[in-house]
Design a protein around this ligand. Structure first.
Ligand SMILES: Cc1cc2nc3c(=O)[nH]c(=O)nc-3n(C[C@H](O)[C@H](O)[C@H](O)COP(=O)(O)O)c2cc1C
Length: 354
């Protein structure tokens, strides 16, 4: 059991925020495959405050719980106001993004850029915690720092100590630097050191760190491509739970495989999805996406998912090509009827991004 403020997760993994992907459709598909908890993509505070489309997009499906609404912003008052809006919409957890490396975001001092402005990041963390009712947990997503300099590491720890002091329930750390973006590996060793530094051993009656908050949890992110990676990260770093990101795009089966590992069913953990299972998920995901975005929007949105899903198919290259050409629901169904009716088993796949 993983504690997250007043929530508990029955398994130590969840679906990450993934801008452009992790909408309600992807989240609901993940939940149907055993994902216990999801984080939204980062929402800009001002879009929520302005109302209209930004606010509409944040509305929740009753089946989409528990869920963290992730916020990104530059000004404490705005992000605090947006946090209250999300609480009003029924979000179970409010998550602050101090991780996004995208340039247009950094130029405006949001996301990961705030890691080199610790006083601003701390003011945001303070404002959000104060704005949110005490029974609603707050969490934060961080990268390991702006870059590899000692100043960046010092700034990270300055912020991290405040995360704990202000009563945040958990921090998800992606141990790549902001400058690193996605180049090179995620430094799991950083996670291990962080866990050792900030978590007192449960057997110890005397806290061994200056921040002995027993309910605070460190979660890990980075280079999780398979269900086995989730458990390797936990074993190697000691994080309480693992955020599954690129490894679950077009691969909701990873959640069922994680559950299978957790129960010791290694056959199920290694079983790739059959063509029939793939077809069903592709139908469900498209239908959920249509409800959210309409047929035209869903057809555009689902192309990129189709490419990712195609990697499970024995004829992956042709399937991907067919998905890329989809403009309508009929064309989506034609791809399924062409490629997803045969009985042969699916291929085990290598999910690592190229
Ligand atoms: C396309 C894309 C969009 C992302 N959007 C978000 C986001 O909105 N919020 C967030 O916290 N992280 C976001 N991330 C970061 C992931 O949650 C995760 O930390 C990162 O991909 C490292 O994990 P991985 O190597 O296992 O993919 C995004 C990553 C990608 C690739």
């Amino acid at each position: 059991m993983i504690r997250l403020g007043n929530l508990t997760l029955d398994v130590p993994f969840y679906q990450a925020g993934l801008a452009g992907y992790s909408d309600a459709a992807m989240r609901l598909v993940a939940r149907r495959h055993g994902c216990p908890y999801c984080v939204t993509e980062a929402m800009l505070d001002v879009f929520l405050i302005q109302g209209g489309k930004g606010l509409k997009a944040a509305e929740l499906d009753p089946d989409d719980h528990p869920i963290a609404g992730q916020l990104m912003g530059s000004h404490p008052a705005d992000i605090a106001q947006a946090a209250k809006i999300l609480v009003g919409l029924g979000y179970d957890v409010i998550d602050v993004n101090l991780a996004c490396p995208v340039k247009k975001i950094r130029k405006r001092s949001r996301g990961g850029h705030l890691l080199c402005q610790p006083q601003d990041a701390i003011a945001i963390l303070d404002a959000v915690r104060q704005a949110v009712p005490p029974e609603v947990p707050t969490t934060v997503k961080l990268r390991r720092g702006t870059d590899d300099s000692p100043e960046a590491e010092r700034d990270f720890h300055r912020i991290f100590e405040k995360v704990i002091e202000y009563g945040y329930a958990a921090a998800t750390v992606h141990p790549r630097s902001v400058m690193q973006k996605y180049i090179g590996p995620s430094r799991w060793e950083f996670l291990r050191n962080l866990v050792q530094q900030y978590t007192p051993p449960s057997s110890s009656p005397v806290p061994c760190t200056p921040y002995p908050v027993p309910s605070f949890q460190i979660f890990g992110s980075g280079d999780i491509w398979t269900a086995a990676d989730v458990f390797s990260m936990i074993e190697q770093t000691g994080v309480a739970a693992v955020s599954i990101a690129r490894g679950c795009i077009g691969n909701p089966w990873i959640f069922a495989q994680c559950r299978a590992i957790a129960t010791g069913d290694l056959d199920a953990a290694n079983r790739p999805p059959t063509i029939a299972q793939q077809r069903q998920v592709l139908l469900d995901h498209f239908e959920l996406s249509c409800r959210l975005h309409g047929e035209r929007g869903a057809s555009m949105m689902m192309r990129k998912f189709g490419i990712k899903f195609s990697r499970h198919h024995p004829d992956a290259a042709n399937v991907a090509k067919a998905f890329i050409a989809v403009h309508t629901a009929d064309e989506w169904h034609t791809v399924l009827d062409t490629f997803y009716t045969q009985a042969e088993p699916a291929m085990p796949i290598a999910l690592v991004e190229n």
